[in-house]
Ligand binder design. Structure first.
Ligand SMILES: *[C@@H]1O[C@H](CO)[C@@H](O)[C@H](O)[C@H]1NC(C)=O
Length: 266
């Protein structure tokens, strides 16, 4: 049950607060103190399990607790994108002005990007938006976030965005569809394409993921990905890789996902 709870999309504002270092504990204490007097012992036990699940999810990426949730397989590269924003800004500089994020829970990434100075952001959600909260609904209403199947042509003109960032979406595509989707991602970007995928050793395909695109995540090695990028004529963006790695090293940031920096088509 804790697993089911932690799989649900989290309120973007809350998640961003977590990234900023705010502790998720006050939220948990609040809901506990509010509900416990009215619940039977059995429900309190269930509630405690849910709170623990919630706490682990909310703390993803922090020290050993992040490691615990990763081992449990409950880790998303979309969360990693939010943590990587400062380093992406160092790597891409002015090109972080017009960003498209593609991936599940894109509202959380778009909200985080919009909080950055001089950054416009759009989101493409490859799956249905479940449990959209108020701020996500408002992003959809403004046309900043839309739902589209990335197996087909993307609903944007060539070079519509300076940088395109993808997370937790390509892991679900077969090589046949990657052959069509990767060129599409490069087509709509002008200054670069950043791909976040799971490490095969850290992530296990979860049965629940299957519902999303009708097939489970297949986590592939860096060698596999690089071979596929070559097949689709995508080249590594060496300048961006170097700047990103330097900025990450300075802050001892170790991503929990594989991050590939690719050039857009010329
Ligand atoms: C993908 O495209 C490459 C290059 O055109 C080709 O060699 C490969 O067989 C394709 N893979 C699939 C699964 O269609």
């Amino acid at each position: 049950m804790a697993m089911a709870m932690s799989r649900r999309p989290i309120n973007p504002s809350r998640r961003v607060a977590d990234i900023g270092g705010a502790s998720p504990v006050p939220t948990s204490l609040h809901s506990k103190s509010r509900s416990s007097p009215f619940l039977s012992l059995g429900l309190i036990v269930v509630g405690a399990i849910l709170l623990i699940g919630y706490f682990y999810r909310g703390s993803g990426g922090f020290g050993h607790i992040g490691a615990v949730s990763r081992v449990q397989g409950d880790f998303s590269c979309t969360t990693e994108v939010q943590q990587a924003i400062p380093f992406l800004k160092k790597a891409y500089g002015d090109s972080m002005r017009k960003v498209l994020h593609i991936g599940p829970d894109t509202c959380s990434v778009v909200s985080a990007l919009l909080r950055e100075e001089d950054t416009e952001a759009w989101g493409l959600e490859p799956y249905d938006i479940e449990d959209a909260d108020h701020s996500c609904k408002s992003l959809v209403h403004k046309g900043l976030v839309r739902v589209a199947d990335i197996k087909f042509s993307l609903p944007y003109r060539a070079k519509s965005f300076s940088v395109v960032i993808v997370s937790d979406a390509l892991d679900y595509l077969s090589p046949k569809y990657l052959n069509k989707t990767l060129p599409e991602l490069a087509r709509v970007s002008a200054d670069g394409l950043v791909i976040f995928t799971g490490f095969p050793q850290h992530h296990k395909a979860k049965p629940t993921d299957k519902s999303k695109l009708g097939r489970s995540a297949k986590l592939r090695s860096a060698t596999w990905w690089v071979r596929h990028f070559v097949q689709t004529s995508l080249e590594e963006n060496e300048a961006a890789v170097k700047k990103f790695e330097q900025a990450a090293l300075r802050r001892s940031y170790k991503p929990s996902c594989q991050i590939f920096h690719l050039k857009s088509y010329q």
